[in-house]
Design a protein around this ligand. Structure first.
Ligand SMILES: [Zn+2]
Length: 659
């Protein structure tokens, strides 16, 4: 009899799979570290067949699960869908809101049985004791997060704002003046290249998250808002010390960076649920100031500019999650008037720069200055310089937006009312967003705007005392670089005809475009000079001999070396406003080739139409008053280390005592 070897093998393989023991994953993942008392969810998850049952112990001591609820010592009622929120073929068991005060390495062991076998698995986590040193206790924590801001972004802003002469800068950025400077390694749980969600969350939880996720560990659950949580710094400090929380961003407030300070979700794009959670769990964070864009999430569905939708919301949270995290259930409520809820919750609402400056010092403050992301500094400043002229900000329906330094000052006025201290995160969001879009001039303007907010924070740290301020990025964006400067004048550049199709890979048409001859490298870059207006921003970026910027992680692009008259359409705007902008001639994505205007085609190295985040280390700068906590940030560090250093500063040291 002839036997088909392949089918024999296949049969063996299937037979083997049919009797496999369950595959068990324990959360938190390997390498997790916690500040003493910091809370987190433990989850035992198994892939297998049939009915699952499980037991779990920490350091050999049996722990009950909170879902499905069972008590130690023994699991006695196996269930086909153990916690009710785990998809078919998986069994999930959770212990919500666990914590340990005992420093050292701890071991979680779990035993899971399904219809075909039993698996025992183990994982460790570390409770990291605060390391002593550096004097008095820090009361206020300020994180200034320049999204996507690498070393070259800082260099670019310094050169444009101050210039250089004979090898020395003519001036320094506010962040340059911070004494504690180091670098940060920015990887996420599942990649060398992080996105903004884990990029921010690692600073605010001390734990790595998976890309696209914030304040949670990855899990297989039916809703991303159910994922196992880890406590944020804002929550810990509010719970233990009674601090207030402020979140300020130029982005839509649903965006990953602001949300990764207060919102727990496995889907950074679930805007309705994210923005609801800021409010619904405000008593966990002590949320007192919330400012940025994203008004679209605060307006009931059907109202002009609303983006609220059932698909991006979450229904009732699991009962044990609600209980362990003092979280209201939540509801699918696209018709919710969230802005009204904030006002009824005691928040003063402002929607323009004028209203913000007139708001004084309310008890709580919410500012929404855009339907999606706020506009960038370059376009906001253009309107301020010529209010009578119709500008980009008018097309975005937001003619009167505050600058980030004004928002920061307002936030600090309100937060400093709490004598127990505060946690404030301020994000310069468009450093990243404009780098993605390969819009060099708008990128540089954002760094200048962000640095002014840094200056404000430092002044407040001096005034308040016992405050730590760090300036850091979540990751680098775009492989941004200062490659040289324009040889010759902007007029000469403008007179060149388009060579949009040059550098085509077809050798018959591959010739160096005349435009490349105008890129001055090394000696011919010399020392470009910009002129600042009274508002502190360059009068124009298109000066003769202007600095030229490159993008190492770029998509195909059309490069003119000149300021783009219009920004690329903000991708987070409600679709109605996007449609209006398209009619007015705004481009939804960076142009790749254009034969109608001067400029040339640059072949990209990455797919898609935007530049990408890179794995480059990013600079960190620290400043502190009332202690030398800034010293902790000198050197090379993991992104998760930053959390522990900030928490250690708030713990102070016995030797230094309170000052
Ligand atoms: Zn980012």
């Amino acid at each position: 009899m002839k036997v088909d070897a392949r089918s024999m093998l296949a049969a063996l393989f299937v037979a083997g799979a049919a009797t496999a023991d369950p595959v068990v994953t324990i959360t938190p993942p390997k390498g997790a570290r916690f500040f003493p008392g910091q809370r987190f969810d433990i989850r035992v998850e198994a892939k297998g067949k049939g009915r699952f049952s499980a037991t779990m112990a920490v350091d050999g001591k049996c722990q009950g699960f909170s879902s499905p609820r069972n008590a130690c010592p023994k699991w006695t009622e196996p269930s086909a869908t153990p916690d009710g929120i785990t998809p078919a073929l998986y069994g999930g068991f959770n212990l919500r809101g666990f914590s340990s005060n005992k420093p050292g390495t701890h071991t979680i062991t779990a035993k899971v049985t399904d219809d075909e076998g039993t698996t025992t698995a183990a994982a460790t986590f570390v409770v990291q004791a605060p390391r002593p040193g550096h004097g008095g206790r820090t009361r206020n924590v300020i994180i200034l997060l320049g999204d996507g801001m690498g070393a070259a972004h800082r260099t670019a802003a310094r050169l444009v704002e101050f210039g250089a002469t004979g090898g020395d800068p003519n001036g320094y950025l506010a962040m340059d003046g911070f004494p504690g400077t180091g670098t940060v390694i920015t990887h996420s749980l599942n990649s060398i290249v992080t996105d903004s969600a884990p990029g921010m969350a690692c600073y605010t939880t001390g734990n790595h998250a998976q890309n696209g996720q914030e304040g949670v560990y990855p899990a297989r659950m039916t809703n991303p808002f159910y994922y196992p949580r880890v406590e944020y710094m804002s929550e810990y400090l509010h719970r233990v010390k009674g601090t207030s929380t402020g979140i300020v961003s130029t982005a839509d407030l649903e965006d990953a960076t602001p949300a990764a300070n207060a919102v727990h979700t496995g889907n950074r794009n679930a805007g309705t649920g994210i923005v609801d959670q800021y409010f619904d769990e405000r008593n966990n964070t002590g949320l007192t100031v919330l400012m940025g864009g994203g008004r679209r999430w605060f307006l009931p569905k059907g109202q002009y500019g609303s983006s609220r939708a059932a698909e991006s919301d979450y229904g009732p949270l699991p009962g044990d999650l609600q209980a362990a995290w003092s979280a209201p259930a939540g509801a699918i409520d696209e018709g919710r008037d969230l802005l009204a809820d904030f006002r009824n919750g005691g928040f003063t609402y402002v929607s323009t720069a004028t209203e913000l400056s007139a708001a004084g010092t309310p008890e709580k403050l919410i500012g929404l200055f855009g339907y999606g992301n706020m506009n960038v500094a370059l376009d906001k400043i253009a309107k301020r310089r010529d209010p009578s002229r119709h500008g980009v900000v008018d097309d975005y329906h937001e003619p009167d937006q505050p600058m980030l330094d004004e928002m920061t000052a307002a936030a600090l006025r309100v937060l400093s009312r709490n004598k127990r201290g505060f946690f404030l995160m301020v994000e310069g969001a468009h450093i990243d967003k404009q780098s993605h879009l390969m819009d060099a001039e708008r990128t540089v303007g954002e760094v200048i705007e962000f640095d002014r907010a840094v200056g404000v924070a430092r002044k407040w740290a001096d005034k308040l005392g016992n405050t730590i301020v760090i300036v850091v990025a979540d990751h680098e964006c775009a492989g941004f670089s200062v490659i040289g400067a324009l040889r010759g004048t902007v007029a000469q550049l403008g007179s060149l005809s388009s060579d949009a199709d040059n550098l085509d890979p077809d050798p018959a048409v591959a010739e160096q475009p005349a435009r490349l001859a105008m890129v001055g490298t090394y000696d011919s870059a010399a020392f470009p000079k910009y002129e600042l207006a009274a508002d502190g921003y360059p009068k124009t970026y298109d000066v003769d001999g202007k600095i030229l910027f490159g993008f190492g992680g770029n998509a195909d692009r059309h490069e003119t070396w000149l300021t783009r008259p219009l920004p690329i359409v903000d991708s987070l705007l409600p679709s109605s406003i996007k449609a209006e902008l398209a009619e007015k001639g705004y481009s939804p994505s960076p142009p790749e080739r254009s034969a109608d205007e001067s400029g040339f085609f640059v072949r990209g190295q990455v797919p898609g139409d935007q530049a990408v985040h890179t794995a480059s280390d990013v600079p960190i700068s620290a400043y502190s008053t009332g202690s030398d906590a800034w010293r902790r940030f000198v050197g090379v560090q993991r992104n998760t280390d930053v959390f522990f250093k900030l928490m250690e500063a708030t713990a102070g040291s016995a030797a230094g005592g309170d000052r």
